[in-house]
Design a protein around this ligand. Structure first.
Ligand SMILES: Nc1nc2c(ncn2[C@@H]2O[C@H](COP(=O)(O)OP(=O)(O)O)[C@@H](O)[C@H]2O)c(=O)[nH]1
Ligand SMILES: [Mg+2]
Length: 364
C-alpha cells in the first residue's frame, strides 16, 4: 500500500487491430532499457503532463520537477498469434500480463486489407470471449484441485472453493470476472493469473476517414454490451495520425494538427480516462528542492499519502498541511493562502482529494 507505483497499462487486441500503432501514438516511441542497456521492446514510459504541475514548478522554481509516469506495453499473444503449446511462451506471456494494472483493449475501426472491413463489436466480443475462456480453464483446474484437497481433510480451503465457484458461475454466463462485484473477492483472486478480472479501457482505433457518427454508433454498441460491468471505460483515438504526430518535432506537429483540425491532447485524455478507470487521484508535494505529482487511490488517507512519499513520513506522521490547488491558484502565493486561512491542518485520517498540495510534518 505504501508504495509509489508506475501505472502499468498493457495494450491488447486482436492481430492487426493496431496495438503497435496505438503504442507508438501513446508513447511517441519512448523506450526504456533493461539493466544491461538493451532496449526493451514494446515497453514505453510516458510522463503525464499536468498544467497544475507546470504552474507549481513555475512558482517554486524547484531543482527538480517530477510528473506522474505511466508505462505502456505492447502485448501480443491474443487471437491467432496466441502462444501455442510451448509452456515457456505461455509463461512468458503471463509474466508480462500479471503485473498490469489494466488493459487497454484496442478495437479496430478501420478497414484493413488483411483483416477485412471493420467489425468492431464482433472483434471486441471475440477478445473478451478469449479472456473468459482462458480464465474458465484456470478456475476449473484450480477448483478440481481444491475440491480434492478438501475431501482429503484440508477444510481451510473451503473459502477458496466458494469463491472459485462464484467465479465459475460468472464466467459460465459469459461475463468477465470483473463482474464478480465485492472488491475483497477480487483481491483474493488476484493471486491467480486471470485476464478478465483486470480493469479495461476499451480504445477504438479509428481510421482517419471514418465519420464521426460511425464512431458514436460503435461507442454506443460497445457500451450497451458492457452496460452494468464495473471497471470498464471507453475512449477512442486516431492512432495512425497520432503515431505520426508523436514522431514529429513539436512545431511540425502543431501545424499538422491545425491542418487536420484535430484537437491536441488525445493522449492526455486517455490517461485521464485510465485514472478514472483505476479510481486514482493526484496530489502534489511542492517545495524548492522538488515539485512532484503523486498518484493515489481515491479514498486514501493523509497517512497513506505520506507513506507514498516516504515510509518515514508515515511512521513519524504528525499532521499534514493541506491546500487545494484551486485555492492556491486563487490566493496567488503561499503567504496569501496562509493569510486567507486556506491552508488546513489535517490529521492522519483525512481523505486526500484530487489536486491537494500537501506538506507532511513528521518526527522520526
Ligand atoms: N487506416 C488505418 N490503418 C491503421 C490504423 N492503425 C493501424 N493501422 C494499420 O493496420 C496495420 C496493423 O497495425 P499494427 O499496429 O501493426 O497492429 P497490431 O498487429 O495490433 O500491432 C498496419 O498496417 C497499420 O499501419 C488506423 O488508425 N488507420
Ligand atoms: Mg503489433
Amino acid at each position: 500500500m505504501f508504495r509509489v507505483y508506475i501505472l502499468k497499462l498493457g495494450i491488447v487486441g486482436l492481430p492487426g487491430s493496431g496495438k503497435t500503432t496505438v503504442f507508438r501514438a501513446l508513447t511517441g516511441g519512448v523506450e526504456i532499457h533493461d539493466e544491461k542497456g538493451r532496449r526493451e521492446i514494446g515497453l514505453g514510459v510516458v510522463k503525464v503532463t499536468d498544467p497544475r504541475l507546470d504552474f507549481l514548478a513555475e512558482y517554486h522554481k524547484p531543482r527538480k520537477t517530477t510528473p506522474v509516469t505511466v508505462q505502456y506495453s505492447d502485448i501480443h499473444g491474443f487471437g491467432e498469434d496466441q502462444p501455442k503449446g510451448a509452456g515457456a511462451s505461455l509463461e512468458k506471456f503471463m509474466a508480462m500480463v500479471r503485473p498490469l494494472d489494466a488493459f487497454v483493449h484496442c478495437v479496430r475501426l478501420f478497414d484493413s486489407p488483411l483483416q477485412g472491413p471493420a467489425e468492431p463489436l464482433r472483434d471486441f466480443k471475440a477478445l473478451e470471449e478469449e479472456m473468459i475462456l482462458s480464465d474458465l480453464g484456470v478456475v476449473e483446474r484450480r477448483l478440481d484441485r481444491v475440491s480434492r484437497d478438501i475431501q482429503r481433510g484440508k477444510k481451510e480451503l473451503s473459502k477458496e472453493r466458494d469463491l472459485l465457484t462464484k467465479a465459475l458461475e460468472v464466467l459460465e454466463q459469459g461475463k468477465p470476472l470483473r463482474c464478480l462485484g465485492a472488491d475483497d473477492d477480487l483481491e483474493s483472486l488476484r493471486g491467480f493469473s486471470f485476464l478478465s478480472i483486470k480493469p479495461e479501457l476499451v480504445l477504438l482505433n479509428v481510421g482517419e476517414n471514418q465519420a464521426k457518427r460511425t464512431v458514436e454508433e460503435v461507442m454506443d454498441q460497445i457500451s450497451s454490451h458492457t452496460a452494468g460491468q464495473p471497471k470498464v471505460e471507453l475512449d477512442w483515438l486516431y492512432a495512425d495520425i497520432e503515431a505520426e504526430i508523436a514522431g514529429m518535432p513539436l512545431e511540425d506537429a502543431k501545424e499538422f494538427l491545425q491542418d487536420l483540425a484535430l484537437q491536441e491532447g488525445a493522449k492526455e485524455r486517455i490517461i485521464r480516462t485510465s485514472f478514472r478507470l483505476l479510481n486514482l487521484i493526484v496530489f502534489f508535494t511542492a517545495g524548492e528542492p522538488e515539485v512532484r505529482a503523486w498518484p493515489l487511490r481515491n479514498g486514501a488517507t493523509a497517512l497513506q499519502a505520506a507513506g507514498t512519499v516516504h515510509s518515514d513520513m508515515a511512521k513519524g506522521f504528525i499532521r499534514a498541511e493541506v491546500i487545494s490547488y484551486d485555492d492556491f491558484r486563487a490566493a496567488g502565493s503561499m503567504a496569501a493562502a496562509h493569510k486567507a486561512g486556506k491552508v488546513r491542518l489535517e490529521g492522519r485520517d483525512y481523505i486526500v482529494r484530487d489536486g491537494d498540495i500537501m506538506l507532511f510534518r513528521f518526527n522520526i
